[in-house]
Design a protein around this ligand. Sequence first.
Ligand code: PFF
Length: 453
Amino acid sequence: MKTENNNQRGFWGSRLGFILAASGSAIGLGNVWKFPYIVGENGGGAFVLIYLVCIFIIGTPIMLAEFTLGRKTNLNPVGAFASLKPKSSFIGIGYMGVLAGFLILSFYGVVGGWTIAYVVKSVTGSVLSFTSPKEAGAFFGNFISNTGETLFYHALFMGVCIAIVLRGIHGGIEKACNILMPTLVLFLFLLMIRSLTLDGAMEGVAFYLYPDFSKINGNTVLIALGQAFFSLSLGMGCMITYGSYLSDKENLTSSTFYVVIFDTMIALLVGMVIFPAVFAMGLEPAEGPSLVFSVLPTVFTSMPMGHVVAVIFFTLLAIAAITSGISLLEVVVAYFIDQLGWQRKKAVLIVGLAIFIFGVPSGLSFGAMADIKLAGMTFFDHVDNIASNYLLPLGGMLTAVFVGWVWGTKNAHEEIEKHKNIFKFPWAQCWEFLIRYITPVAVGIVFLAKILP
Ligand code: PFF
């Protein structure tokens, strides 16, 4: 199956292309929209510190494990586990990943659609006439409850992802990320300078960088760990899929390092854009999920060159969402290409359309279907909850167990050291210890804490 479909699968054109594409998957709404608002809600600096610990001792080892599985097998998550341990129940990790990709993209596409809408609305200036965050919040609430408008932008977001994934790995995904990712970094630097030179910005910097541990409790640690997973695109085989398009020559350890550093740097940069601005405007850092959409337009409105800043910011957010959206779509598509032998075109069109249709009730969860709730949660909340809080942690933990104990770190080592790449002391020993003991136990605790009342 592996060879006959290789022409349908494709490979990365260069090492940099791979690193940018994997970073493009990692960097998304998780960094630009979610990271600042949960830092704001959880007390600032101390939360950032805990998040960084989770990234380095849990996220990084799992990312290397996923890249290694992908490159070893050249397959999607289902095929990867099936080929290394045929007929075992570990194949279930792969199915869970494909399912998680389907579910996450179905609601991610909705929020992605909002970002495209805000690009358009900031170009026309309609989100730039607010005198208070309250007004901006009401405008946002009005927008997300409008069925026709949100459906249109949701479809547009999915259409863009489908168009890019249709062109395949080298032509589509890699080319898009080559241009988009460096632009993102450049714009963030510009915005950071703008933010830091506002009157009163330093108060925001202090909130963001000064760790006040009195604001930390057990739940904060769980939130930080979950965010590390979501932000690095781990636990659903996304990095298995991206690793599967890598050639044997590439150095997996340094690629992992670059992707983790890049993702973390962007999240930290976004914080340096948001918090100085929020404090300079005398706004609340604990605004919640509406922070970006309802508070920032007020900030932009009262800023010199606010119109330009708004257009750039929402463009960044849309770009980041698209490069993550395509990675989610690719996971599901790769399964149909590898396991069921479908042509790429057929797989992308059918899967993309199915994900969009399944996402429609999520899109309506803020308007027409807002009152249809099960256990107090809307359709959107349920899909997000099942995928992000159950499937990702479970998938990540089982992947660590699989690589650490079932397939074995010895085999993983061999794969990592192909083509004279040396997995140096003490990093190799460190990784082995983390992936076998620390990672599964830590993620197990998060998972249990979520399912136990
Ligand atoms: N990492 C993406 C973000 O931070 O927005 C979201 C994501 C993409 C999660 C791909 C999982 C995934 F497989």
